[in-house]
Design a protein around this ligand. Structure first.
Ligand code: SOE
Length: 399
């Protein structure tokens, strides 16, 4: 923690002690975590870590961060660092999150939490044992109109839930010259597109529906089985120039998945990172006995509510944003987007850390916890199992 907090302000409120944060990872998402942390207004990013000295030093300079290192042990040994964000390739998440928690620090981990469910569950247990806040960046829960959709379902506006369906479509891996660690099973895990973005569709669908997906029937495809891997670094959406080598790809780049919810609702999703012209097309539609609601991430401030006689489009209201010591939500009519959703997702995590509150009881957290991350890993494993067997597969812990 920083030195003793300043004297109480004029209103007599002792200011929050500022939280000190380190971010591990210099790829696509790390800088967006840093932006979100800074705009929350309760914390300072004091260090960044990466694997390549030159790239890490450049990132630190570009982002105005004083300290950088390629040795994460240095960060973990620093008693002045309170929170560590893990924005690294999938295979490193468990080891890094374990080390952060064992060092007595709070942690924010990118999805997927782990490459297998047993490891995910061990992390959940560790975070509870050491009494540290631990979050997974299931970003799309952060959008106000996703939260509005969840509230409408909970209020019974739809009637009995019948169907939940949607897509998550991208095109940045559509060709053989597109490569990224996410397609490499040795780094990203046995699943490609489902682990990377299907996990977001799964969590967003469950979050809005307010109930669990119990089973899946999945068909996976690898439409680009050989890719040209750059010998230099290539970050998400970025691509890379320079010499390349031909590699076989075993992970899926597309999936069609049937889902069954507890309570009887059915559904389906199409997951793809090889759909030309689709950039970050995440949609969720829920049909009940009386109404249907639908939300589209690329048009995030609108929520359609459809009925047999009338339909309407709801927009983010003046009270649907987040206040706080940092940069508050923009007033309605000033469009907010992905970066704001990530900021608003993390705001309650930092409020809890800054105020010194103990960790929430399971199921009561205002931010997505490692339990939610472990459910995403259970989904990925069930999808892989279903595709292997050609049959329905249950998601454990969904009963
Ligand atoms: C690449 O597919 C990616 O950056 C994912 O890794 C993120 O989780 C998603 O939010 C945007 O696309």
């Amino acid at each position: 923690m920083s030195p003793e907090p300043r004297a109480p302000n004029a209103a007599g409120n002792a200011p929050h002690r500022r939280v000190r944060v380190a971010v591990i990872g210099t790829g696509f998402v790390g800088p967006h975590h840093i932006d979100a942390i800074r705009r929350i207004g309760l914390a300072d990013v004091v260090a960044i870590a990466g694997t390549d000295p030159a790239r890490t030093a450049d990132r630190a300079a570009a982002l105005g961060i004083d300290d950088w290192t390629t040795d994460t042990a240095v960060l973990l040994a620093d008693p002045a660092i309170d929170v560590v964000h893990i924005c690294t390739p999938n295979r490193t998440h468990v080891a890094l999150a374990t080390a952060v928690l064992q060092a007595g620090k709070h942690v924010v981990v990118e999805k997927p939490l782990a490459l297998d469910l047993a490891e995910a569950r061990s992390l959940v247990a560790l975070a509870r044992r050491v009494d540290r806040h631990a979050a997974v960046t299931l970003t799309y829960r952060g959008y106000p109109m996703v939260r509005r959709a969840r509230a409408l379902v909970a209020d019974g506006v739809l009637g009995d839930l019948r169907l939940v369906h949607g897509v998550y479509l991208q095109d940045w891996l559509a060709g053989p010259s597109d490569h990224n660690w996410r397609v490499d099973a040795a780094i990203g895990g046995a699943s490609g597109a489902v682990a990377d973005i299907g996990s977001h569709w799964f969590d967003t669908a469950e979050f809005i529906a307010g109930r669990r997906i119990q089973g899946v029937f999945a068909d996976l495809a690898t439409f680009v089985p050989r890719r040209r891997r750059p010998l230099a670094h290539a970050s998400a959406f970025g691509g890379a120039a320079g010499p390349v080598e031909d590699v076989e790809v075993s992970t899926e780049d597309a999936a069609t998945i049937l889902v069954r919810f507890e309570g009887g609702a059915r559904g389906a999703c199409v997951i793809s990172q090889v759909s030309p012209g689709r950039k970050n097309e995440l949609t969720v539609e829920l049909a009940g006995a009386r109404r249907t609601i639908s939300w589209r991430q690329e048009d995030p401030e609108l929520l359609w509510v459809r009925g047999r006689k009338r339909s309407s489009v709801l927009t983010r209201g003046p009270d649907e944003g987040t206040a706080g010591p940092g940069i508050p939500s923009l007033p309605a009519g000033h469009p907010e987007g992905w970066s704001d959703a990530l900021r608003d997702l993390l705001r309650p995590f930092y409020a809890a850390v800054a105020s010194g509150r103990s960790i929430p009881e399971p199921g009561t957290a205002a931010y997505p916890t490692l339990e939610h991350g472990a459910r995403g890993v259970a989904f990925i494993e069930a999808v892989l199992g279903s595709a292997r067997k050609g049959a329905w597969a249950s998601i454990p812990g969904s009963s």
